[in-house]
Design a protein around this ligand. Sequence first.
Ligand code: GLC
Length: 558
Amino acid sequence: MTVETGPVPDSDARTGQQWWREAVIYQLYPRSFADGNGDGIGDLIGARRHLDHLAGLGVDAVWVNHWYRSPMADAGYDVADYRAIDPGYGDLDEAERFVAEAHDRGIRVLADIVPNHVSSEHEWFQAALRDEPGYRDRFVFRPGRGVDGAEPPNNWESNFGGPAWTRLPEGLWYLHLFAPEQPDVNWDNPAVRAEFESVLRFWFDRGLDGFRIDVAHGLVKHPDLPDAEARPAGSQHVKPHPAYDQDGLHEIYRSWRVIADSYDPPRMFVGEAWVPNNERLARYVRPDELHTAFQFDFLRSPWRSDWLRSVIDDALAQADGVGAPATWVLANHDVARAVTRFARSQPDQLIEPDWDRARWAKETPDLALGRRRARAAALLQFALPGTAYVYQGDELGLDEFETIPNELREDPMYRMFGGTDVGRDGCRSPLPWSGEEPPYGFSGGPAERTWLPQPDGWGSLTVAHQTDDPQSVLNLYRAALALRRKLSLGAAESINWLDAGDGVLAFSRGTVQCWVNLSSDTVELPAEATVLLASAPDVQGGTLPVDTAVWLTNGERS
Ligand code: GLC
């Protein structure tokens, strides 16, 4: 692996008001990042202590998941108070300190905003249950169908399994697209709009640089709440659905953009919108709406060149059509880790339900292969124009912890699907920082207390271990981010595909080329090329082995 060093060029897009156009953003899942008080649960003290890990990695910003006060029915996505930090993580002062210390290192900070639903313990829902005037209309309460209203008002399913409706003892039903402890709010009610606008200002006033919008495609429902067409259970909204992606959403985001733009510097948004295609996604990032929205097709893509190329072309074209950057993401806290996704056969869409996940999961994973591909995928991701997200632990090449004992699983998905879906705990195991066995420096407390267990065998994957290994995933990420910055690879410049043969993705970005070999044979690199960075140590003699990526330069501008 060779890395050129030298001064970092200043780029307006990177450092200025539009920094989000080419940023690399680290997703910090606080429950599993670092435990500062030894109770086995990650917290903001722990996160502050490890900010230098992020600075050393070379990211521009950090997105901190779910830090609000919550009964934790869905790991914090059931928010009881949007203006308070959960006591398990710290308090408001601690959050402000985190933001200030990140800023001291030149790292911007985004948090989650969860506007589709609140916790059933939120004071609004409690008041609604007591039928206090003005509160029920902040939620979606409806009479049931059938004899005595005993059937749910429509056929919508919860994303976590079972009906999306729960019945109160008095007979009315309320809507929850996720767990029953997460009642959906009614965005037709002006009080709801005013409250979330106030919450945005509350945090922007405290120096937060932006928000990741949870379930950004939810919020507004079809006014008639019609039955949905049947779709595969657990589907990530690949088909139109009356609960998602409704036109009325966009007016909300236009009003949020006005608020973000009223700050100096302007604040930014990234939307989590699982929509049927990129044409629909582009509607969220029109110039007066959200700045960015995750490109989930990239994350869903199998390790196949034809598939990846068409995803990249489509994503760039659609984003470009509205003047937005594409937002590349390989993993997050809701999907199986990339190393494990790439360690088995590669069916059409890796996290879609219309293939037999249970059967796929029975294939023995080849983790060395998965890790090799994930390293190559990272170089592909960082060579593309636009923003890139890194899910915590991917910079260490962590694999999915698939064998968590069932009694230790925390995800409501596991319970609500009646155990037929193992849920998302496997990608949420606490990070390994040092040492040879759990808790690997995550916590000062004993390993049995970490909120989710960690697997044996992560000793060689800890931050401490990888720091000293020049060939580690961590050092590959560090080198890639430094070079990406130096070469301005995130800049909004088009990519030119090169004809490199079947199974090979190759494109140029000015003088730099990115080659990724997804075929089953070694590939010849251009004779005059100089390799700047390779995803594996065995790139030599002008050839590119299978499942490997390189950045190279031939000195010419294409
Ligand atoms: C988003 C979050 C996920 C959560 C859900 C409900 O998809 O990423 O973790 O369970 O929303 O808030």
